[in-house]
Design a binder for this molecule. Sequence first.
Ligand SMILES: NC(=O)c1ccc[n+]([C@@H]2O[C@H](COP(=O)([O-])OP(=O)(O)OC[C@H]3O[C@@H](n4cnc5c(N)ncnc54)[C@H](O)[C@@H]3O)[C@@H](O)[C@H]2O)c1
Length: 352
Amino acid sequence: MSKLKVGVIGAGSISELHMGSYKNNPNVEMYAICDLNEQRAKGLADKYGFAKVYTNIDEMLADPELEAVSICTWNNTHASLAVKALDSGKHVLVEKPLSTTVEEALQVQEAVRRSGKLVQVGYVRRYGSNTQMLKQFIDNGDLGEIYYAKASCLRRLGNPGGWFADKSRSGGGPLIDLGVHMIDICWYLMGRPKVKSVSGNTYNRLGNRSNVKNLNFYKAADYDASKNTVEDLANAIVRFENGASLMVDVSFTLHAKQNEVSVKLYGDKGGCEIEPELAIITEKYDTILNVTPQVNSLQLNVTEAFQNEINHFVESCLNGTTPISPVEDGVEMMKMLCGIYESAETGKEVYF
Ligand SMILES: NC(=O)c1ccc[n+]([C@@H]2O[C@H](COP(=O)([O-])OP(=O)(O)OC[C@H]3O[C@@H](n4cnc5c(N)ncnc54)[C@H](O)[C@@H]3O)[C@@H](O)[C@H]2O)c1
């Protein structure tokens, strides 16, 4: 099998998880890297062994040898870069979210159709080994029909600032940054039912809490305490056509006692939790059983999930198969996220 010539666009924090995973994949040739910041691109080109370094995306995409790219840039650039890459004949792994609007997401979908190339959306939690294990139980009916899911990702002090806090580059705050993961993992395990309506609330009450002393938190490279245009809390209820529902809440800042991540799904034969750690709940002979699967780690192993995501992308590119997180799932997610923002703004439920 010939090696896939891969390029990475955006050489920031998350890109290293892509690069490290590509490097570990024997079917990949580390071909090109591009960042607006030349020093950053050169530094990672040296570290991971990329042959070519660019600061201009058009120049990189003009290279006919390049076959596939990871897009690891700010959210507002994902869709336009994906369309350009597809139209240049490259396969695309795009970081979440696919775009910042539904319209842009549909443009990417159209470019996939037009180019015949594939898009894989970086819903990394889908690629966790616990997710795939749990999905087997769900697909085989062990939990029955899943009719309710509930997910939270609450940070009390965790607005990274920089582009994350700049709505023009991020498209929003915790909903589009964290909510996208929380909603996706539930929706995927629920079997991706069609969305019927969403109702949501967003709050800008605490700002970025840059006043807080004696407690450190992750800050983007260009953190500026005075700049913040995103919500600090969002919550929503999503209704699906099959009658199932999903409740989610996410925050960058909140007067919470501690940070919290939880993802729980409930079916008519059993339930499960995947965060903070894996559990399966069931009933047998009129007795409730809390089952603890014996796996390497009950928690999400982020590095392993990225490796699985990258391996899946490489395999999909080389074999021409559709990834488990295709462009359609990026579009459906943008409908949910943008619908929640719209509902919060209008104070009304949004129907699809
Ligand atoms: N899957 C996950 O769990 C996860 C985690 C963190 C971030 N992300 C996503 O990854 C993306 C990047 O986040 P980050 O934290 O690495 O940000 P970052 O700011 O650290 O890196 C982004 C890089 O992109 C570069 N860039 C921006 N526009 C560009 C363009 N048009 N051409 C070339 N380079 C460009 C910037 O110069 C910067 O170096 C975001 O979309 C974010 O949502 C995903």
